[in-house]
Design a protein around this ligand. Structure first.
Ligand SMILES: [Zn+2]
Length: 298
């Protein structure tokens, strides 16, 4: 059976896994990346994290946060890794390992992995939202990933859901991820209470303990997210909308309101077919490896 490597570059770590075509993980490797790495030292760490798993594979798929250029295979900048600029991921890996290398943003990888291996794999089109530090998005239609210009499509986290709203990391006010994401929740909570929370778990445990500030932030954020999703559904008409990422662990706290708000605002002809809910637990590395399986098939 064919095998491929998937690489998931995140803020703070590089995960590498070897998969077979059924999506079974055969081996994996996790490297913590020191902060303040420059291009050369980061690429060295990347190559050495991949090397131990390179055996009998048809290619390497890589996912990372954007913005990027998926044609040249360059990560342009990274909000979470400030030392990296114009990082030539694809050419360095191709040269080092002499294998096909495919590179897309991590949300697109997650979307493709979810579409091929996840809960809603039998639907004809899927819009996938990754709810985590920010919000990523991907759209797959009939097994084909819509990547947009140079791989920067479906950046649903940076669509406006509150005009004149809070300042987003991208420099624009009112993006949906300023209201619904780990960063968004923590920033909004700090604004209201002057208290810095360490992570999303801390925020959601406040919600569970019935804390009124965190509850109202979550409720408003959920509505902001619902309207961003509504906009996307009206534009793309996906058969399934799937929520993945760390925040979906707390889906029980916001899922019902989210689904109700979405379903009550989209055209009923779309509602009749639409499937909506949290996805399977497809890893970022499997998403990246699925780039190889899909591209090498076509
Ligand atoms: Zn933004």
């Amino acid at each position: 059976m064919r095998q491929a490597i998937g690489v998931d570059i995140g803020g703070g770590s590089i995960r590498v896994s070897l998969f077979d075509e059924n999506g079974s993980e055969l081996d994996s490797h996790h490297t913590k990346t020191p902060e303040h790495l420059d291009n050369d030292s980061f690429l060295e760490v990347l190559v050495e994290s991949i090397r131990p798993l390179v055996k009998n594979i048809i290619g390497i798929g890589v996912g990372s946060p954007g913005p990027l250029n998926n044609e040249t295979g360059v990560m342009l900048t990274s909000a979470n890794m400030a030392g990296l600029k114009n990082l030539p991921i694809k050419s360095v890996l191709q040269k080092e390992f002499s294998l096909p290398v495919f590179y897309e943003n991590d949300a697109n990888c997650a979307a493709l992995g979810e579409a091929i291996f996840g809960t809603y794999k039998n639907t004809e089109s899927q819009l996938i939202l990754t709810l985590g530090t920010g919000i990523g998005g991907g759209f797959v239609k009939q097994g084909k990933l819509y990547t947009g210009y140079l791989g920067n499509g479906i950046e649903i986290g940076h669509t406006t859901s509150v005009i004149g709203g809070a300042l987003c990391g991208c420099g624009v006010h009112g993006c949906v991820e300023s209201y619904f994401s780990t960063k968004g929740f923590l920033n909004r909570y700090f604004e209201k209470t002057n208290t810095k929370l360490p992570n999303a778990e801390a925020f959601f445990s406040l919600v569970r303990s019935n804390d009124s500030e965190s509850k109202s932030i979550l409720e408003f954020g959920t509505k902001a997210l619902a309207h961003a999703v509504r906009n996307a559904i009206q534009l793309l008409n996906p058969e399934a909308v799937i929520f993945v990422g760390g925040i979906t662990k707390s889906y029980d706290l916001f899922g019902a309101l989210l689904e109700k708000e979405i379903r009550s605002t989209i055209f009923s002809v779309l509602n009749d077919r639409l499937l909506l809910g949290p996805g399977g637990n497809i890893s970022g590395t499997l998403g990246a490896a699925s780039l190889v399986f899909v591209k090498e098939k076509n």
